[in-house]
Ligand binder design. Structure first.
Ligand code: ZN
Length: 219
């Protein structure tokens, strides 16, 4: 079996792991031909530097085969420029994702209504969407799944008191990913916890995530 780390900013250097590293448009010099990436302008930085230039960089780099998605992109009400600015940069990146037919990896903090509106307004129905670092409750998780989102869970599932565990159990298995993001957790640890919680053998669980990975990234 192999692990799939859906979203990380670090190199884990662990064998048997497929990592999808998330880079900003400023970091594309780090891209190596034999590794997988998503690239995007994070909502926190949607006002920094020359946005037109960054969007042009994204347009070009997103054509590269090992840049398999656009992200992380999205909306954050607690940090970054005004929501209007964030929405504009988000919309531009959704258009790029649609043009190159690659999925989007979403960062969303306290802007769920706006996110859903953006999905309905800017998605022609062909895009795949995943919320990364999902920490909400089961009701919210099911709502998002119903709207077409995949959910990626991070180190919060290691906290046995976390309400996010109910979400992990509530959503269909075919909408699920695991990620280390920038935490110190290992992907193996996340797999073990999730598999146990869902009463799956490690092999069965790994097969489920692998299938989701292939569906989501159209591989
Ligand atoms: Zn991240």
């Amino acid at each position: 079996m192999r692990y799939i780390n859906f979203h990380t900013h670090l190199h884990s250097m662990i064998d048997n792991t497929v990592e999808v590293r998330s880079l900003s448009t400023n970091d594309i010099a780090q891209i190596e031909a034999d590794k997988l990436y998503t690239v995007g302008i994070h909502p926190w930085y949607a006002h920094q530097g020359n946005m037109e230039e960054q969007l042009n960089i994204l347009k070009t780099i997103s054509l590269q085969p090992n840049v398999i998605g656009i992200g992380e992109i999205g909306l954050d009400k607690l940090r970054g420029p005004t929501l209007d600015v964030q929405k504009r940069v988000f919309a531009e990146q959704l258009a790029i994702a649609q043009a190159v037919n690659k999925p989007v990896i979403i960062h969303c903090v306290k802007a769920w209504d706006e996110l859903v509106r953006m999905k309905k307004g800017y998605d022609t129905g062909t895009l795949q969407w995943a919320i990364h670092g999902f920490r909400g409750n089961a009701r919210q998780a099911l709502q998002l799944v119903k709207l077409g989102f995949y959910l990626s869970f991070g180190h919060h599932i290691l906290d046995s008191q976390s309400k996010v565990l109910e979400s992990l159990e509530a959503i269909p298995l075919n909408r699920l990913f695991l990620e280390t993001d920038d935490s110190g957790a290992t992907i193996a640890d996340l797999y073990n916890h999730a598999a146990q919680r869902l009463n799956k053998t490690p092999d069965d669980f790994a097969r489920i995530i692998e299938a989701n990975f292939n569906d989501f990234f159209n591989r």
